[in-house]
Write a protein that binds this ligand. Structure first.
Ligand SMILES: Cc1cc2nc3c(=O)[nH]c(=O)nc-3n(C[C@H](O)[C@H](O)[C@H](O)COP(=O)(O)OP(=O)(O)OC[C@H]3O[C@@H](n4cnc5c(N)ncnc54)[C@H](O)[C@@H]3O)c2cc1C
Length: 386
């Protein structure tokens, strides 16, 4: 991956934003279990950061995915995972399908305001009974004249309490599970939408998460993205960007854990010497840093393939898997060297340990990534390639 001065400029813009607009408030927002998402997104929109690879015709920068990747990586410098997660939902989870397959009306009504930071979006795939098994979801959108009537619910939806629209995956026919789904953009102020109270989470405390209920929610059929019945396929494509974003976002967050641990272990003395002088500790930190570089290389490789327009499923799944696994290893490994201090709720390592745990679960759990990789290796029983 060769970075240009334009990449460096985006990196600096995001880094400055994180330092000035996010980090000074992280503790307060984590405590509150929310942050002023519209305010923060508007500032990001003004900087162009919410539309880096979105079409210029709708206010985006029209750049390739590598520029987005740089921004995702830099957001990892935030002192909490919740705010970057909310931003990633907007840029890489609920808008890629609209940008790729949406009508001009959808792009004008939802994509352009999302890029400008005037609207907050969320992505509705998971349900109480269907997280990993996306094909098994039960929410329906039945035709009624020119509209769909939506019934069902979505679980664990990031940004939803303050969102202006949801990119919703619902069953629009009784066809086979991979052919009966459509992605529909639903305004969140539609009558019939209600929420659970905020879900009380282990980590990502500053991001808001709720369950959403749809009770005879009416939405025009023209708010469907692309052709009816192609929603599953579109969501699988949209997942690739989500997974690359997730991997990229972890890289600097983990490096931050390592560097903070080095500083701490240099200061902290046991048995008359700095903790860092124990070979077991500085070797371990060197090993973890090496692993992070390997994750970076894998993620960049996936990005390069994506830019070339090639199928990135295999490498994006590997990068997401590695990010989840390594995230747990680094935060757990580093936290250990902080001793009792690391076990305290407000400790930076303790927060990273809780936040990063989501990476192995959300957007396709580790085992789902392994299943995809096996499928592509031809080793899934009954699904071997001829
Ligand atoms: C904080 C948070 C934010 C989220 N935000 C969103 C959002 O904005 N939008 C959205 O749609 N969803 C969101 N999710 C949902 C998330 O994507 C799902 O939780 C995830 O896909 C796993 O689904 P599940 O929880 O139903 O787990 P299940 O499907 O019940 O699986 C439980 C566990 O079983 C294992 N497992 C599952 N299947 C297999 C298998 N075939 N083989 C072996 N092991 C397996 C995995 O370890 C998995 O973690 C969010 C979740 C959280 C916690």
């Amino acid at each position: 991956m060769i970075f240009t001065p334009e990449h460096d400029a985006i990196r600096k813009t995001v880094r400055d934003f994180v330092e000035k607009e996010i980090n000074p408030h992280c503790d307060e927002w984590e405590e509150a279990g929310e942050f002023p998402i519209h305010e923060v997104f508007k500032k990001l929109g003004n900087l162009g950061i919410l539309g880096i690879q979105k079409p210029e015709a709708y206010g985006g920068m029209g750049l390739d995915y590598s520029y987005n990747l740089v921004a995702a990586e830099e957001l990892g410098m935030a002192h909490c995972g919740g705010v970057p997660l909310a931003i990633g939902v907007q840029t890489d989870m609920c808008t890629p399908a609209i940008a790729r397959f949406g009508s001009d009306e959808l792009k004008r009504t939802f994509l352009a305001p999302a890029i400008a930071g005037d609207m907050v979006g969320c992505i509705g795939v998971s349900e109480v009974g269907a997280g990993s098994d996306v094909a098994g979801l039960k929410t329906t959108a039945r035709k009624d004249g020119d509209d769909y009537i939506i019934n069902g619910s979505k679980m664990w939806i990031t940004n939803s309490p303050k969102a202006d629209f949801i990119c919703l995956l619902a069953n629009t026919s009784d066809d086979k599970p991979h052919k009966n789904k459509s992605l529909i953009v639903v305004p969140m102020n539609s009558p019939g939408i209600t929420f659970s109270k905020h879900l009380n989470k282990l980590g990502m405390r500053s991001s808001e998460t709720a369950q959403i209920f749809f009770d005879d929610v009416r939405v025009p059929q023209r708010y469907r993205i692309g052709a009816e019945g192609t929603g599953f396929m579109m969501q699988m494509l949209q997942f690739q960007e989500e997974r690359m974003w997730g991997a990229a976002n972890v890289i600097k967050a983990l490096e931050n854990c390592i560097s903070q641990t080095i500083d701490y272990c240099r200061e902290r003395k046991t048995f008359g010497q700095p903790l860092l002088d124990n070979q077991v500790i500085h070797f371990r930190l060197a090993e973890l840093q090496t692993e992070v570089e390997a994750l970076r290389a894998l993620t960049y490789q996936a990005c390069e393939l994506h830019i070339q327009g090639k199928d990135v499923t295999r490498l994006a799944s590997m990068a997401k898997l590695k990010a989840g696994r390594l995230g747990r290893e680094v935060t757990d490994g580093c936290l250990q060297y902080w001793g009792g201090n690391g076990f305290m709720w407000d400790n930076p390592l303790s927060r990273a340990f809780r936040d990063v745990r989501l990476v192995s679960i959300g957007g396709g759990a580790d085992e789902i990534m392994l299943g995809i990789i096996c499928k592509m290796m031809g080793t899934l029983p009954g699904k071997r390639r001829g």
